[in-house]
Write a new protein. Sequence first.
Length: 150
Amino acid sequence: MQTLMINGSSHDVDVPEEMPLLWVLRDVLGMTGTKYGCGIAQCGVCTVHLDGVAVRSCVLPVSGAVGHAVTTIEGVELIPVGQEVQKAWLEHEVVQCGYCQSGQIMSAVALLQANPHANDEQIVTAMAGNLCRCATYTRILAAVKSVSQA
């Protein structure tokens, strides 16, 4: 049995310690906002926060999350900058298919928590590990930039 702190709530899970956090979130706890993309930490779709840092949950063993605060897309609205990023996503009409958006938002929030006034280069660098098949990169940049300039 392992205890995880997710979105401010404690969750006891009886899973193998090497099980990826992604599958614990989705299949064990029913938090399906975090998506599966590539399974090798290359696309960013599965991004969550571990103590405020963006990490890929598809390769993070659940044992690596024990003792840390995990934030998922379901909990990002509890973070003030998370609310601002979600609002900017709507204002800039970022979403097309939407599949990558939870990971995109999680990466943007982590960046803006660490660097509230990020410039274009910093935004592009921080968001580079998140792929968008719909290619809304210019809207993503505009949304993140609007929050960093607020």
